[in-house]
Design a protein around this ligand. Structure first.
Ligand SMILES: Cc1cc2nc3c(=O)[nH]c(=O)nc-3n(C[C@H](O)[C@H](O)[C@H](O)COP(=O)(O)OP(=O)(O)OC[C@H]3O[C@@H](n4cnc5c(N)ncnc54)[C@H](O)[C@@H]3O)c2cc1C
Length: 474
């Protein structure tokens, strides 16, 4: 094994949605920080091209603050993000340009003095008595040792915690079933006006804004909201299935639109029963979902008005995994905590991405509930049981299957990323175990850095009007 011999204050594993924010936030606090990332860019699943859902709650209060909010603001200044809008079902949404977002994160990383070790994958650790002293990282140079005082697991699959012998549950716990995986891709050459005309004439092709409502998403909302996304084309998919033209286990297609552009993001591929931490399962799912893109393209050509001349314009470097390991932390967030908007004394931020479960079996549907009142995320969910110098951010923090369906949202991952980086920086500076850093100290630093720990900031009236909220929460 090779290695520079130097000891960093913090090593972050995975510079994705949570990890990039964790590492930037830690470096800004003056900690000598390195981020180890297996791909060649940063942002992870953030770069696949979905929208930022649930940066604010159903009652119109921001949840996303701090470094994550700053990234989105900087993206908006570059023309790569829309203003916050609401769907009629009171789900908040910001459309974003994934390629620009990756660059914004890169600029923030550079300016923070963060060291990036790209094309480098964590394959093992040296750990004893609950302390991780070295990461073993495989890259072009062989296997390298990276030493750090504290380490942050933002690998999404809890690779670091698993290698260090920490405990975790998998998927739904009892039966280990996980949400399916999907490959997002973009198609160009779309005639959006023709598509909207079809949707106007065929309300059955517009999924209602909320699970508890029957009315299809209003066409005025679809046409009038910059950066809108929607689930639709259910009747066309049924028709195609009957004709033997569509074998993807899905009953609807999610379309992401960015204002002024004729290419759209498509979320329709799906593979079930995939263990995101198993290379063979991942390989099978990559092949399956890549080939499904062809099925989807044929379906779009033959069945969906406006897509007759569509072509695949890009497909991101990786599959999107919704769920795998959940670290066992000092507290495990529950689905009930999420839906009741529970607050905690040691909360490090708030979440309001919907409770969003894609069927774990092959039904093809989804269960989605808007989070009306954002929920607090305890610091304890970021601290794995039995590991003293490790914090966790992103979709693998300590949460049950139901709570994880909300915690996995991009905004939540940015929130937990910033907190995981912050507690790691304080622990490294003080030379103490991370569970010995008082939550109030972590909270004080987070507040100073712009994080939102309470429901104090309302979204602008313009967005709230669409959701019918102006006047209700003055
Ligand atoms: C198909 C799909 C659709 C979604 N739609 C939406 C949506 O519309 N809106 C929304 O807000 N959220 C959505 N989400 C959820 C959200 O985008 C993700 O859950 C979130 O971005 C995950 O963030 P993360 O930091 O935990 O993981 P990631 O962003 O995946 O980051 C993990 C990083 O770690 C790296 N890594 C992994 N293992 C190692 C290792 N061993 N060594 C080194 N590096 C490693 C990876 O390369 C990656 O960069 C969706 C998710 C999926 C999969």
């Amino acid at each position: 094994m090779t290695g520079s011999g130097e000891t960093y204050d913090i090593a972050v594993v995975g510079a994705g949605t949570a990890g990039s924010i964790a590492a930037i936030s830690a470096a800004r606090l003056g900690a000598r920080t390195i981020a180890v990332e297996k791909s060649g860019s940063i942002g992870g699943v953030l770069g696949l091209g979905m929208n930022l859902l649930g940066p604010s709650d159903g009652e119109g209060y921001w949840s996303l603050g701090g470094t994550g909010r700053e990234a989105i603001e900087r993206l908006r200044e570059l023309g790569g993000a829309t203003d916050l809008a609401y769907k009629p079902g009171r789900l908040s949404i910001i459309a974003q340009d994934p390629e620009l977002l990756k660059l914004v994160l890169l600029i923030m990383a550079r300016d923070a003095g963060l060291e990036l070790l790209l094309h480098s994958m964590l394959v093992g650790v040296t750990a004893g008595d609950g302390d991780v002293s070295e990461l073993h990282v495989a890259n072009k140079a062989g296997v390298e040792r990276v030493r750090a005082r504290t380490v942050v697991d933002c690998s999404a699959d809890a690779d670091l915690v698993a290698r260090a012998g920490g405990s975790f549950s998998f998927g739904r716990g009892t039966d280990r079933l996980t949400q399916p995986v999907s490959r997002i891709f973009r198609v160009g050459g779309v005639d959006l006006e023709r598509m909207f005309n079809h949707l106007e004439k065929h309300p059955e092709d517009r999924v209602p804004a909320r699970q508890d409502k029957q009315d299809p998403l209003p066409i005025e909302h679809l046409r009038g909201t910059p950066g809108v996304s929607f689930e639709g084309f259910g009747s066309l998919i049924s028709k195609a299935k009957e004709a033997g033209d569509f074998d993807i286990p899905r009953s609807g297609m999610i379309v992401y639109i960015f204002p002024g552009r004729s290419d759209v993001g498509i979320n329709v591929t799906r593979a079930q029963g995939v263990d995101g931490s198993d290379p063979r399962d991942l390989s099978r799912a990559e092949v399956e979902t890549q080939l499904q893109m062809l099925t989807a393209l044929r379906f779009l050509h033959e069945y969906v008005p406006g897509f007759e001349h569509a072509y695949i314009s890009s497909a991101p470097h990786q599959l999107g995994v919704r769920e795998s390991r959940h670290v066992t932390g000092l507290y495990t967030l529950t689905g009930e905590d999420v839906l009741s908007g529970r607050s905690f004394d040691d909360q490090i931020g708030r979440g309001s991405y919907p409770y969003d479960i894609h069927d774990v079996k092959s039904g093809g549907g989804m269960t989605v509930h808007t989070v009306e009142r954002s929920f607090g995320i305890p610091l304890r969910c970021l601290l794995p049981v039995g590991l003293h110098n490790v914090s966790v951010g992103g979709r693998c923090i300590s949460a049950d299957h139901e709570a994880a369906s909300s915690i996995r949202g991009q905004a939540c991952c940015m929130v937990t990323g910033q907190a995981a980086g912050t507690v790691a920086a304080l622990g490294a500076e003080r030379g103490v175990a991370l569970d010995e850093v008082p939550a109030s100290d972590v909270q004080a630093v987070l507040r100073r850095e712009g994080a939102l720990l309470e429901r104090t900031e309302r979204v602008p009236d313009g967005a709230r009007e669409v959701a019918g909220l102006v006047g209700r929460h003055r």
